[in-house]
Ligand binder design. Structure first.
Ligand code: ADP
Ligand code: ASP
Ligand code: MG
Length: 403
């Protein structure tokens, strides 16, 4: 007997017809003699709809109640899928997060799974076939319902695969695998058959939402191989696993992008030790994640300009903090929210010289100005004007031979 964790995303369960189709996918597994733990997302658009409802009540909707609200989307899918399976004579049952329970730690809307009780579900699976578990949520030590971040059903699937010692963890979605870039934006994108955890982690952290980054991180730490595949076709998916299993012929594996960054420049700050610390320490305390930082060389040796990027929804908080700190002296603070980040990712970059200059040359050939740069061993990201993003992705995709 093989124990499989199968996760179905929002589009895969977007209508009752689709839920019935998912029931048939699961039935096939059961007919092959497998046991299934199915992790489900809310029906497509449901979570956004619930957020909108909350905003109609208040922009400062109580965080505890928001999690109660948002977790309800997955509950609906659980019951619909379970009943669809029962209808086709598959022995299935759904659980709510607190009935299992799935224990979490951390803040509302951003909690993380720390443990899952396996007893009830394992006992049920001894004599039955399918357990259905809601993705994206859990219950805290104080008994409050928590959610674990947008796209979090992927993380639930990986946590369940780990704790239940599943034989496979398959992520069913609306594309048939991980592509060299978003196939819905760039139709010439190519499917990747195998990708390392490291590369997938970079791609998803840099905007490829096909896998949620914290799910990839957990899979990497515990060495849980993943497979991303389509709910709607039977084509082979993408295998995500540890680096040793992969052959690297290309320097660049994929291009990712995101439009949730903003650039802040503080001009005329004093150029002396401790100034950067004075700026970034309070931001860190407020849990504002600073991504790229550039400090210009000062022309007069007395003052300099510091530019950095933060998430767009942290801009107001960042400005408030900087303006409130009297020890930070500056001339002006300039914000630019119309920027985007485009990144190339590839484990082969380590051994291929010239990738950096080829990226910069390609962007300059397209007349795209680079506003900030950050690098790691296997990725190179630049901030550019938001309106040039598609042009940049296309060009990079072509010059690194990904089309
Ligand atoms: P689900 O609801 O199944 O979790 P998501 O919408 O979260 O699905 O993720 C799938 C989407 O990710 C695809 O429809 C695609 O537009 C997008 N995507 C972005 N980058 C990539 C990529 N490199 N490969 C595949 N899909 C990608
Ligand atoms: N329903 C949640 C969301 O839309 C979680 C998920 O789909 O993974 O973010
Ligand atoms: Mg998703």
């Amino acid at each position: 007997m093989v124990k499989k964790v199968l996760k179905f995303g929002g589009t895969s369960v977007g209508t009752t017809e689709r839920i019935q189709h998912v029931a048939y996918i699961i039935k096939k597994e059961i007919s092959a003699g497998n046991k299934v733990i199915a992790i489900v997302s809310a029906m497509a658009g449901k979570t956004n709809e619930l957020i909108k409802l909350s905003e109609e009540i208040s922009k400062e909707f109580d965080k505890r109640e928001l999690d109660v609200l948002l977790s309800s989307g997955e509950q609906v899918t659980c019951a619909l899928l379970s009943a669809a399976l029962l209808k086709i004579k598959v022995k299935a049952k759904s659980w709510l997060n607190w009935q299992i329970p799935i224990l979490t730690d951390g803040d509302h809307s951003n909690a993380r799974i720390i443990n899952i009780n396996i007893e009830r579900i394992n006992k049920y699976l001894d004599n039955n076939d399918v357990a259905i578990v809601p993705g994206f949520q859990g219950i805290s030590k104080t008994g409050d319902i928590t959610t674990i971040g947008r796209g979090g059903s992927d993380a639930t699937a990986v946590a369940v695969a780990k704790i239940f010692k599943a034989d496979t963890c398959e992520i069913y979605t609306d594309v048939d695998g991980v592509y060299s870039t978003d196939p819905n934006k760039i139709p010439v994108a190519k499917k990747i058959d195998k990708i390392s955890f490291d590369e997938m982690l970079e791609l998803s952290s840099l905007g490829a939402k096909v896998m949620q980054s914290s799910a990839v991180q957990t899979a990497m730490i515990y060495d849980i191989p993943l497979e991303v595949k389509s709910t709607f076709t039977e084509r082979k998916g993408t295998k995500i696993f540890s680096q040793e299993n992969i052959d690297y012929t290309k320097s660049v594996t994929g291009v990712a992008y995101s439009k949730d960054d903003a650039k802040i420049t503080i001009t005329g700050v004093e150029d002396r030790p401790g100034v950067a610390a004075n700026i970034f320490e309070p931001l860190n305390k407020a849990q504002i994640n600073v991504d790229m930082v550039i400090q210009n060389i000062s022309s007069d040796t007395k003052t300099t300009d510091i530019t950095f990027t933060v998430k767009r929804n942290d801009v107001q908080k960042t400005l408030q903090i900087l303006k409130a700190k009297s020890e930070i002296k500056y001339k002006e603070i300039i914000k630019n929210q119309k920027v985007a980040k485009v990144s190339i990712v590839g484990a082969g970059m380590v051994s291929t010289p010239g990738v950096t200059y080829r990226m910069f040359r390609a962007l300059s050939d397209e007349n795209i100005n680079i506003l900030a740069i950050s690098t790691s061993e296997i990725k190179l990201s630049v901030i550019i004007d938001e309106e040039k993003i598609l042009k940049a992705i296309k060009k990079l995709h072509t010059i690194f031979e990904l089309d």
